[in-house]
Design a protein around this ligand. Structure first.
Ligand code: 13P
Length: 242
């Protein structure tokens, strides 16, 4: 399982230190990975302070170009040099505010894989698509357009329904199960594929989500900023393994 905290554009350098301080008596389970995704300028410090605790670090986005005149963008080379294991690609906020398309996501994912960074490709339907009962169709087309050709391992898909992000509302558990099944079926050729759920995961709903046997973790926004909640969610995932 993978419990990933997407800090988005929140928290500061001092919060990395606070996070480290509350980890002292946490024992990480070797079957449940913890990863955090702070803002770019904090990645290096996060790596330095947290790697002793076996916590993985990831980037929230990357460029689809290797290098060059792309002011403000961050290359996969730098993300790799810092020692990130993961990079989120195509988060709905990037699709919405930075025009990241399925084509961009595929290209960026290819670059990440070439640097041995595991892409966490985000997919998810809007409320309109859900209401039209077109979710499965939509997710399948996103998967087909975003996932690099010839990939055989090292991929995480985050299923994040847009209407569940930051709203406190989550799909029925059965609906999460069904969409994860669709994704796994579509990508059954990928070894060790992990499909994680994101969108309003919190201390109250996490154990029911982790009980679903095709959920391999969570991508957590708001609740990852409250460190006690984030650790409680992590512990709930560990309980599920035992
Ligand atoms: P929330 O957990 O705040 O709904 O955010 C989910 C998300 O977008 C994680 O990437």
């Amino acid at each position: 399982m993978l419990i990933a905290g997407n800090w988005k554009m929140n928290l500061k350098y001092e919060d990395i230190l606070k996070f480290k301080d509350i980890l002292t008596d946490l024992k990480l389970d070797n079957q449940v990975e913890m990863a955090i995704f702070p803002q770019f300028p904090l990645l290096y410090s996060a790596k330095e302070y947290l790697s002793n605790y076996n916590i993985e670090i990831g980037a929230q986005a990357c460029s689809s170009e290797l290098k060059g005149a792309f002011t403000g963008d961050v290359s996969v080379e730098i993300i790799s040099d810092i020692g990130c294991k993961y990079c989120i690609v195509g988060h709905s906020e990037r699709r919405m505010f930075h025009n990241e398309t399925n084509g961009f996501i595929k290209k960026a994912s290819n670059l990440l894989l070439s640097k041995n960074i595991i892409p966490i490709i985000c997919v998810g339907e809007s409320e309109e698509i859900k209401n039209k009962k077109n979710t499965n169709q939509f997710i399948i087309s996103q998967i087909n357009e975003c996932v690099p050709d010839n990939i055989s391992s090292n991929l995480v898909i985050a299923y994040e329904p847009l209407w569940a992000i930051g709203t406190g509302v989550i799909p029925d558990y059965e609906e999460i199960f069904n969409v994860h099944a669709v994704i796994m079926n579509e990508l059954s050729y990928i070894e060790n594929l992990r499909v994680i759920y994101g969108g309003s995961v919190n201390v109250e709903n996490c154990s029911k989500i982790f009980e679903l046997n095709n959920v391999h973790g969570a991508l957590i926004g708001g609740s990852s900023l409250k460190f006690k909640d984030f650790l409680a969610i992590y512990k709930s995932a560990v309980k599920q393994i035992i």
